[in-house]
Design a protein around this ligand. Structure first.
Ligand SMILES: Nc1ncnc2c1ncn2[C@@H]1O[C@H](COP(=O)(O)OP(=O)(O)OP(=O)(O)O)[C@@H](O)[C@H]1O
Ligand SMILES: [Mg+2]
Length: 139
């Protein structure tokens, strides 16, 4: 499924629409360059689940943020600064996948080895300053 977003709020809306279909236990891999809109997308997921989008911030340095929403907890991870899969094991990535929440992971290619079999892939392409192509592929 391909979407075109022309603004931050459109990206959030695309994410909020995906959020409505989530039942818990999903792992969402957010793949795209710096500034593509991965963190904005997580804001939309949190909003779509009934949470506060303003609480969403980039977990680049802390690796993991957890957001409570009305429906499902969101475990927001960023592998950009990890030194590989060992870091991810150390923060309990495998256990997070078992919590029945939603795992949203930025820079999944940095830790490709630890991804579960079933992943919702969201791929971002920067088309222009405001324009993004967002591809959502379900397992
Ligand atoms: N259509 C759009 N969708 C999302 N973000 C957009 C869009 N157009 C412009 N932007 C801008 O692009 C940036 C996206 O930032 P965001 O933090 O979500 O990127 P990211 O993919 O998480 O980057 P990083 O890899 O650094 O974590 C923001 O500054 C936002 O204002
Ligand atoms: Mg980000």
């Amino acid at each position: 499924m391909f979407h075109h977003s022309h603004s931050v709020s459109e990206t959030e809306a695309i994410a909020a629409e995906l959020a409505r279909t989530l039942v818990g236990g999903e792992c969402i891999a957010l793949d795209g360059d710096l500034g593509a809109g991965k963190t904005q997308f997580v804001r939309g997921l949190v909003r779509g689940l009934g949470g506060q989008p303003r609480t969403v911030s980039s977990p680049t340095f802390v690796l993991l943020n957890i957001y409570d929403t009305g429906r499902l907890p969101v475990y927001h991870l960023d592998a950009y600064r990890t030194h590989g899969p060992d870091d991810f094991e150390a923060i309990g990535f495998a256990e997070l996948l078992e919590q029945g929440g939603v795992v949203a992971l930025e820079w999944p290619r940095r830790v490709a080895e630890v991804l579960p079999d079933k992943v919702i892939h969201v791929r971002f392409e920067i088309l222009s300053r405001q324009c993004r192509e967002i591809q959502i592929a379900r397992p």
